[in-house]
Design a protein around this ligand. Sequence first.
Ligand code: AMP
Length: 486
Amino acid sequence: MTQTAVAAPTDFSEFQLDARLLRAIEESGYTTPTPIQAQAIPVVLTGQDVMGSAQTGTGKTASFVLPLLQKILPHASSSTSPARHPVRALVLCPTRELAVQVAENAEKYAKHTPIRTAVVFGGMDMKQQALQIRGGIELLIATPGRLLDHLEQGNVSLAQVNYLVLDEADRMLDMGFLPDLQRILNVLPKQRQTLLFSATFSPEIRKLAESYQKNPITIETAQRNATSNNITQTVYSVADKLQKRSALVQLIQEQNVEQAMIFVNTKIEARELTRFLQRARINAQTIHGDQTQSERLATLAQFKDNSVPILVATDVAARGLDIAQMPCVINFDLPYNAEDYVHRIGRTGRAGAQGRALSIVTPNDDRLLAAIAKLTKTTFTAIPLEPVIPERAARPERSARQDKSEERVKNNERSAPMRRSAVEERELDYLRRKMNLSNDPFFNQPYQPATSSPAPVAPTDLISPTKQLKPVAKPNVAALFMSKKR
Ligand code: AMP
């Protein structure tokens, strides 16, 4: 793979883009190309494959959408016939949020051209999406599962796709989309330009690039796996997992955290922690993959306008969210994958702003913390925290059975209360999926076309939206802690 040596333009007019695109750029208020745009746009215009390392929030979307629109423009038609509007460019995204963001930007950049754009993703009625794409679309943005559904139903043909973008490719692999990607890639023309964007270049990503790209030009706008110098990273240690919630409340209050995204590893933890914070009169909401699209968008809007200043999120749900000027990220759980730490804390300290990244760890996290330290070349010295937790004496009504149960939880025994074993199950599921992923036969043997029709993407399980709990009359951390114990 070649490292790009293209001189970076400092003005959009240097890109030789169509006047209609330049007008849209101007109307978007962009004056200077961002580093990824300055480097990627000229390369994409030459028709070469690109392997780009850039996170969401860096202007990555315009870096591929603008040159692709430029390339599609000569074929654009003002005819109303669907046949005159075949899909020429396909952008695959791991999450609905990212797909929507890309589509919104693409629409903005294409608005003065006859090029039609559309987005399809799961969790929404297929009929309306089918109607739109059957009408003819040049630039299609999709999540892999939903695109397969539409392919299966004959709503769309990809036979004329000359441009493919794999956006946040690392996340697509993490989320187990590899088989879906294979099926989609199998029906695309072999003659095409393939652009792959990924925040990190893991060995799996490199294998994906080797399998599906031709001599890609590597473009890196930031040192991979590096964390920004603008972010102050602090690690706090507590004795065990039971103390974490109290420690979190204490940190939010004592450190004057005004707005933060709190990362947890499971959806269950996201919901439970949110309820806990709400009981502590901390205005928090949760965002995770099981919510409906409209719930997630509503929560996101509240977080963006700061009417809900604390967002509890899982990695999957938070991926691709573009939130400007977020001052603080808190790792309530350390991520299993050290690279996710880089993704998470990269949401703060953007565009030269100062950011804070706080992590709460227990002795069980030693291995994960060491992996993060190694990856980011950072030395962490954990600051011990002693959160205000209830004293035994404050709970005279506790039975011997309750005390024994707590002892078991502390010792991490399997007979812990139900709510903890459910969390553990989810964590195990996650780990199992990750192990299967790295053993995926795709990487070890040539691709075999699927004999059966592609499995439809599982519909999102609908769960009731997180209820706003009434604040308790007299909130204090000790009382909260006790109310969760049985
Ligand atoms: P992205 O990384 O593509 O999600 O973009 C992040 C945000 O930056 C979006 O809100 C874009 O509208 C905005 N943006 C993209 N390019 C530029 C630019 N050259 N100047 C200013 N803002 C930009």
